[in-house]
Design a protein around this ligand. Structure first.
Ligand code: A3P
Length: 306
């Protein structure tokens, strides 16, 4: 899988929208659920880095940052393949002949950087056993929900989103792929006290990318030169990534992701939710999330100061 002309799609000309199936009380797409034993049995290696996020929290952004830091700020090395080839997505089991994320990971030499959207309690146990470093990115629920809605519209493999109102209802009740946003961000927040997890926020990355890139390098034990930092900031800015075919998913055919419906690199901001939410919907979300967030001590920003 690499370019639109790539023969690895074989005769595949369309994909089916997923349906949701519960695994351990969490809604997952049917392909993950059907391959659950394989996923759960995945063998992590001690030097694996795992990038974990709720979908649309800034996964691709942190992936590109991590790759730039690992490649000493060399954008040519980061252009070696699309992001989904450089860092296999473990919970994805696409139709034949596209290889599953776990198969790609298994055939990859170490050190590997891998991606997942699984909630903390569903991570293959070998990641904990091997004490792997994990980077988690959380994004405020409102921007996250809007981004996820538009992603459902354009990604032909996601379940049908319905209208925005219907989608938001499902998002708030956890009846979307990878389950409840609230449980996800809180579960990983608790897990960070027991495991080597760097917990980042999309809003912080937007506010001060250099500061957050520093945290990433420090966590990975990489000595970050000033020039590498500057190149990483530049290379991973929204406009750069939007124009980068190795990061913007334009290498996937439109029967998988139809970027004419909504581009993968859509808005890339904090506060875009205000264009989609009604005041009542915003208040409803606050009301639902507040008790659990307060209990956990987690706080989110829904806009950045000007
Ligand atoms: P929007 O839909 O709000 O624009 P993921 O990679 O987890 O699927 O997340 C995709 C979201 O992150 C999209 O949000 C996308 O635009 C945003 N994003 C991707 N790269 C970014 C960057 N470099 N800076 C800011 N936002 C970015």
């Amino acid at each position: 899988m690499g370019t639109k002309e790539d023969s690895s799609y074989g005769s595949l000309k369309s994909i089916k929208r997923a349906v949701l199936v519960e695994v351990g009380g969490v809604h997952l797409t049917n392909d993950s659920a059907e391959n659950w034993d394989t996923l759960w049995g995945f063998k992590a290696r001690p030097d694996d880095i795992l990038i974990s996020t709720y979908p649309k929290a800034g996964t691709t952004w942190i992936q590109e940052i991590v790759d730039m830091v690992q490649q000493e700020g060399d954008p040519h090395k980061c252009a070696r393949a699309p992001i989904y080839e450089r860092m296999p997505f473990l919970d994805m089991f696409p139709p034949e002949p596209i290889p599953a994320g776990v198969s790609k990971a298994e055939s990859m030499p170490s050190p590997r950087t891998l991606k997942t959207h699984l909630p903390a309690q569903l991570i293959p146990p070998s990641f904990w056993e091997q004490n792997c470093k994990i980077i988690y990115v959380a994004r405020n629920a409102k921007d996250n929900a809007v981004s996820y809605f538009h992603f459902h519209r354009m990604n032909q493999g996601m379940p049908e989103p319905g209208t925005w109102d219907q989608f938001l209802e499902n998002f708030l009740t956890g009846k979307v792929a990878w389950g409840s946003w609230l449980d996800h961000v809180c579960g990983w927040w608790e897990a960070k006290d027991r495991h080597p997890i760097l917990y980042l926020f999309y809003e912080d990355m937007k506010e001060d990318p250099a500061r957050e890139i520093h945290k990433v390098a420090q966590f990975l034990g990489i000595d970050l030169q000033e020039s590498v930092l500057n190149k990483t900031v530049q290379h991973t800015a929204f406009e750069s990534m939007k124009a980068n075919p190795m990061a913007n998913y334009s290498t996937l055919p439109s029967f998988i992701m139809d970027q004419a419906v909504s581009p993968f690199m859509r808005a890339g901001t904090v506060g875009n939710w205000k264009k989609q939410f009604t005041i009542a919907q915003s208040e409803q979300l606050d009301h639902i999330c507040a008790p659990k967030l307060q209990k956990s001590g987690l706080t989110f920003r829904y806009q950045l100061e000007a």
